[in-house]
Structures are given as C-alpha cells and as structure tokens.
Design a protein around this ligand. Structure first.
Ligand code: HEC
Length: 174
C-alpha cells in the first residue's frame, strides 16, 4: 500500500512538472523570475523545527523544515492558511552512512547528516505580493551565492499538489 502511494505521488509530481513545462510559455516572466526582494533570512538556522524529511532519488538527502515564529506557531496549531509573515526554511544535508556497528549477532547501520547539500530553500508568505504563486514567494540560495535563484513558477507548479494544505507538503511533526 505504501509503495503504491509513493508511486502515485511520484506520478502526480511528474505529471505536474510535465503539465507545467507545457504551459511554461503562458506564465508571466514575473512569476518565473527569482524574486530579488527575497534575501537569505538571518538567523534561520536557529528557527524551531516543524518537521524532518528524507528525499530519495537524485536529491538523496536528509532535511529539516524550520519555521520562523509566525510559521512555527501556525504549523503547530495546524492553522491554514499560514498567516502573512510566515517563513518556512528547508535545509538539507548529505545522507551519510557511518560504519556498521556489530552488537553480538545484531548489525546496526547508523546514518547521520553529513555536509550541507542542495542549497537552502525558503517559502515566504505575503498573500498580496505573491498572489500569482499561491501567496508564497519561493527562494533558493546556493552555496557562495547570496542571490535567490528560484524560478518561482517551477517551485509553485509542484507545490500546487498540496494546494489544500496551503502549498506546504510538511506538517508539524509532534
Ligand atoms: C517536483 C516537485 C517540487 C519542486 C519543483 C519544488 N518542491 Fe519544494 N517540496 C517538494 C516536496 C515533495 C516537499 C516535501 C518533502 C521535503 O521536505 O523535501 C517540498 C518541501 C519544500 C519546503 C518545505 C515546506 C513544505 O512544503 O513542506 C520548502 C520551503 C520548499 N519545498 C521550497 C521549494 C522551492 C523554493 C522550490 C523551487 C526552487 C521548490 N520547493 C520546488 C516538492 C517540490
């Protein structure tokens, strides 16, 4: 059942990306272009933990989903839509295997976070300013580059899969 669900989600994501690509020419350039007004949120690494995630496939990483106070409080209460001022950060690290530990006949394979990977992403809620992408501004920062490189239209196209959850895949992990 779980596998079937995963396959369904994968197919949906693929379909959405294909549909998006087909309609890319209809998107306004504003919606596609990285928003220059989104800068790296200072102190995001100290924000509270909303959830953790593991991305397989090409991305192959371990991730933490962090929220500023507005986003964290909304996530914890399950408030939807997220209020303006919410910022959600996604940080990711290499999925690193430590040497196997043998305890008697048992073998343990520990995994820990290694080096940072796949940049840092943000979703910034300002419902009027980012009305064309569900009220969220999307940002991606790669190492050594202080500029947002996210193509908001591409991010938004996939995040519409969870439109009913205000475009946010993760929910608060109790
Ligand atoms: C092909 C689909 C897809 C695309 C494209 C995509 N995302 Fe996501 N995003 C996801 C999925 C699935 C998750 C939940 C799993 C995880 O945390 O990795 C997620 C999680 C996130 C989160 C944590 C909040 C949440 O929704 O759970 C942020 C922030 C985020 N993405 C930002 C971005 C940005 C910025 C871009 C564009 C540069 C982007 N995403 C493009 C699928 C996508």
């Amino acid at each position: 059942m779980r596998q079937i669900l995963f396959v369904l989600i994968a197919v949906e994501i693929l379909a959405s990306v294909v549909a998006y690509t087909a309609h890319a020419s209809e998107q306004t350039s504003d919606q596609l272009a990285p928003s220059s007004t989104i800068t790296m949120s200072p102190g995001y690494r100290d924000w509270r933990l909303i959830s953790v995630a593991r991305e397989g496939g090409k991305l192959d990483d371990l991730r933490a989903i962090l929220g500023n106070d507005v986003a964290f409080n909304a996530a914890q209460k399950g408030t939807l839509p997220y209020p303006d001022g919410s910022i959600i950060a996604r940080v990711a690290w290499n999925y690193e295997a430590l040497p196997v530990i043998a305890i008697g006949s048992e073998q343990l394979q520990p995994y820990v976070a290694g080096a940072p990977k796949n940049g840092v992403q943000f979703m910034v809620k300002e419902s009027k300013k980012y009305a064309s992408t569900g009220g969220w501004g999307f940002a991606q920062f790669n190492p050594g580059n202080p500029k947002n490189v996210a193509m908001a239209g591409t991010c938004y196209a996939c995040h519409t899969l969870v439109k009913s959850r205000d475009f946010v895949f993760n929910s608060y992990a109790p």
